[in-house]
Design a protein around this ligand. Structure first.
Ligand SMILES: [Fe+2]
Ligand SMILES: [Fe+2]
Length: 464
């Protein structure tokens, strides 16, 4: 029987605050079955433990037999075999952690297939559920099964928390515009959830340092007794935020389809209708279904709001940019990214590489907080997001499977002829010095899926 040792959370916080780190080797869930901490996640930020403490945890199990452990600030593993004798729980009573990410390419391919299969099932199930929610709203004049929304989002939320690379495989249908609203709700939920988790984990301590510095710069000596603002979303809040991403455009159901799909400029009246999807209709649907969360409310109402001082064409326009919380701004970025990389009845999908670069250029250096959000966004989606098409230096074209690495599958030969057999993925960060010609050729233009559609092999068309 595997045994998990129990360690006091205060002791762990003390250790992590001076540069130590830990991995539990066991997934930790709250009473609502929301994943609080993935067993394979390396905790090196004291905020992570702080939020577990605020959730009522006073001790943390460490399963040393499943890659759990504690390391001090010098990287030395601490022996915990003797810790808390008799104070242990059978690991079999807790959920098993995901397999740790392997650098070995063969293991990686197997893992990709597993994650991809699970992701496809989850996407399919979630799509069926969002279709039901939207049909219910249409048929009942506004009522929907909120429990179904909660379960659907929890499934995605836990999957993204559990699998580091899950985001890459929760793919969308790039060549179909039939189900735009359904796919868009899901994609914004997936992208937004992955981004806010990274923002929370990686940037909260940086932001708090920034806020503290500003506080100390701007405050008189005698007023320095209270602490500076603290920005960190608790798991329950993150979960509500994910539901908000999922429901952000729910008000569009009340806008005529011909207006939503219109090619070219909208009339004043049509634009007012479109604006009302967030300002009025979405909020009305929340109220009708007695959904009270301020996070969900803010996302629906302000996801087309202002990101930085002086930004134009936002609605509502009477709000100061600092009033829009970080999670609302993340929703807006995810919304723009998904809209640009999706095919619509009036436009083709843009290559994600171009979209992520344009977003960065558009919003970089406008405001320090937006900069943190943008970094979380680009680091999550990747400079080469999944689904992008690139040229390798040897002249072959390749498809990005996973942005971390990135991991690519070549699909043409060096003369541009489509390969008939599916190639194994190549991890570009593991190339040797003599394999320079396999790197991405940044001088060649990035092409959209539509531009090279005829060159794509069927296995890629199917997976898109
Ligand atoms: Fe919207
Ligand atoms: Fe949207």
């Amino acid at each position: 029987m595997e045994i998990a040792k129990i360690i006091s959370i205060d002791e762990l916080m003390e250790m992590v605050s001076v540069g130590g780190m830990l991995r539990t080797g066991i997934d930790l869930f709250n009473k609502n079955n929301v994943l609080l901490l993935s067993g394979d996640h390396v905790v090196n930020n004291v905020n992570t433990l702080l939020h577990l403490k605020t959730m009522g945890l006073t001790e943390i199990p460490i399963n040393v037999e499943n890659q759990g452990g504690i390391w001090d600030q010098y990287g030395n593993e601490r022996s915990i075999a003797h810790e808390s004798e008799g104070n242990h729980v059978p690991a079999s009573e807790l959920k098993k952690p995901a397999d740790s990410r392997s650098t070995d390419i063969k293991k990686k391919i197997i893992e990709i297939h597993e994650v991809k299969r699970e992701a496809e099932q989850k996407y399919k199930k979630a799509k069926k559920n969002i279709i039901k929610v939207i049909e219910d709203i249409k048929n009942t004049g506004g009522e929907f099964d909120y429990g179904l929304v909660e379960n659907t989002v929890m499934d995605i939320f836990n999957f993204i928390t559990r699998k580091e690379n899950a985001f890459s495989y929760l793919t969308k249908e790039l060549f179909s515009y039939d189900d735009y609203l359904y796919n868009h709700c899901l994609n914004v939920c997936i992208i937004g959830t992955a981004v806010i988790r990274r923002f929370n984990e990686h940037f909260s301590s940086e932001i708090n340092k920034y806020l503290s510095n500003r506080y100390y710069e701007n405050t008189h000596e005698h007023e320095k007794t209270s602490s500076a603002s603290f920005l960190y979303y608790l798991p329950e809040e993150l979960y509500d935020i994910s539901i908000g991403f999922f429901l952000h455009d729910i008000g569009k159901i009340m806008v005529p389809e011909e207006t939503l799909n219109k090619e070219g400029a909208l009339s004043k009246e049509e634009f007012k209708l479109v604006k009302n999807h967030s300002l009025e209709y979405g909020i009305r649907l929340l109220n009708k279904n007695k959904v009270k969360s301020p996070f969900i409310n803010n996302i629906i109402k302000y996801h087309h709001g202002i990101l930085f001082k002086g930004e134009k064409n936002c609605y509502p326009s009477d709000r100061y940019y600092l009033e829009n919380p970080a999670y609302v701004k993340i929703c807006k970025l995810a919304d723009i990214y998904d809209a640009m990389t999706s095919k619509r009845c009036y436009k083709e999908a843009f290559n994600p590489v171009v979209v992520v670069t344009d977003l960065f250029h558009e919003y970089a250096h406008k405001d320090p907080m937006l900069q943190f959000i943008l970094h979380s966004f680009v680091n999550t989606v990747g400079i080469y997001p999944p689904g992008s098409l690139v040229f390798l230096r040897d002249g072959r074209m390749a498809y990005i499977v996973e942005s971390q690495g990135p991991l690519v599958i070549p699909f043409t030969d060096t003369h541009g002829t489509t390969l008939s057999r599916q190639q194994d993925p190549i991890a570009l960060d593991e190339l040797g010095e003599d394999e320079e010609d396999l790197k991405i050729d940044r001088r060649k233009p990035v092409l959209s899926q539509a531009e090279v559609y005829s060159l794509l092999p069927s296995f890629l068309k199917e997976s898109m």
